[in-house]
Design a protein around this ligand. Sequence first.
Ligand code: HEC
Length: 208
Amino acid sequence: MRHMDWVKAVLFAGVAGVGLTIAGCGEGGEGPIVAPPPPPAEYADKHMPAGWWNDEKIIEEGREIFIGKKNIDVNCASCHGKDGKPVKAGARDFRVTERMKLYSDSVWFWRISEGVPNTKMKPWKSKLPEEDRWKVMAYERTFGLKGQEWDPTKNAWVPVGSAAPAAAGAAPAAPAEGGKDGAAAPAAPAGGAPAGGAPKATAGGGKK
Ligand code: HEC
């Protein structure tokens, strides 16, 4: 779209001084490396189902979705490239680790589900059930983040297997966080009950 070209031009100009970031991505005209926006609330707590990051069968199923083998109407590779090298200008290059590591699994899933407005990246949720969206992501991340998984507690990509074990899709993550603040305060004053205690000290030996 025209509009996008314009936006990109502005972004480009803005970052021209930084220069560095642009150097790596001459291929698809992806523009500067910036963090994606945070996911909307309904996606914020969505995470890769437990065990899937490292499940070769899941990743292979993701590959088949990606290349349009499973459903010819869903062919991510027709833009993002079979080997991850984009074949349509502007399509996200998943090989660029520096960019993709800024994407949480929730953001990634949100974008696959809802697309990116005013770009060629369409929403896929009507064509891909939730599980398939996770599978295709598990595959896509192998281009730039192979062997890594998103750790929602650290908010970072970490080697598979080293994430905190909270990430199961349906995890009710809330309680753990709250504990931090609540616990400390009330218990402390215990030691401080000095006044009344006088009798203890009686040297003069009460009992015989
Ligand atoms: C018609 C071309 C096209 C197809 C097909 C396509 N994409 Fe994209 N995709 C794009 C473009 C262009 C962008 C960059 C959008 C932007 O500028 O933020 C993109 C971006 C993305 C992003 C990153 C979004 C972001 O915020 O940066 C993800 C993730 C993604 N695509 C996944 C997929 C998956 C999974 C499929 C297949 C189910 C798919 N895409 C199919 C064109 C396509």
